[in-house]
Design a protein. Structure first.
Length: 223
């Protein structure tokens, strides 16, 4: 299993299928943020991370320009990750409260985290063809997660990406629409769960807070 995920991750890291995304990654490496000016940016596609034997999969849309694209790990090194991992830790899903860089000692418990798109898109807006090309990697991750029971979609765009993905794989029954805490039982036995994205915008406006997020994560653990 570990060999299989290593082979997949090597393919992801080497991918250059989307010209627009490759060009944008190079632009980010050149135009670093002032506070990270001395750091060497990862600047390549981002792989998944966590317990490959886990039952929970967290899915974001894409790595952040100065988060995952800088650090080399999904949901790492930005304000969204600060909030997310604080909640994951308090819900007993991670071993520490922070996700700063790839060697910070972070481990996930019974969970894996990835992004539907492995590269950061301009303005955080992926093109349909880019998501379609990248879906082969997402499909491989799903296949390798043999114990998968729950997919938690972090944000509406990630939810829609998962919904589009499953429309091609299985018969989706009923009106499946994004909503925080909404749970859908897919015909393949997996539960699809909507969750507000842990972005500063959602946190600062009160759309999501620690209590709401932790309650949802604890509910998911019971599944």
């Amino acid at each position: 299993m570990n060999n299989n995920i290593s082979q997949l991750n090597n393919k992801i890291i080497k991918c250059r299928s989307c010209d627009r995304l490759v060009v944008f990654r190079k632009k980010i490496i050149t135009n670093k943020r002032k506070q990270y000016i001395k750091e060497k940016y990862w600047g390549k596609p981002i792989t998944g991370f966590g317990d490959i034997s886990g039952k929970i999969l967290f899915v974001g849309l894409a790595p952040a320009a100065h988060g995952g694209t800088r650090t080399g790990r999904v949901f790492t090194g930005d304000r969204s990750s600060d909030f997310l991992y604080k909640c994951l830790f308090k819900a007993g899903i991670s071993n520490q409260i922070n996700s700063d860089h790839v060697n910070d000692g972070l481990e996930l418990k019974n969970a894996y985290i990835t992004a539907a798109l492995k590269c950061v898109p301009p303005e955080d807006k992926p093109m349909k063809i880019e998501l379609e090309k990248c879906s082969k990697f997402f499909n491989n991750e799903i296949e390798l997660l043999k114990n998968l029971k729950v997919i938690v979609c972090l944000g509406k765009i990630a939810f829609d990406a998962c919904k589009t993905f499953y429309k091609k794989k299985i018969n989706l029954v009923g009106n499946i629409q994004f909503g925080h805490g909404k749970v859908y039982n897919l015909t393949n036995g997996i539960k699809l769960v909507g969750c507000y994205h842990p972005s500063p915008r959602n946190v600062n406006t009160g759309r999501i807070n620690e209590i709401k997020m932790i309650r949802l994560f604890q509910k998911i653990k019971k599944f």
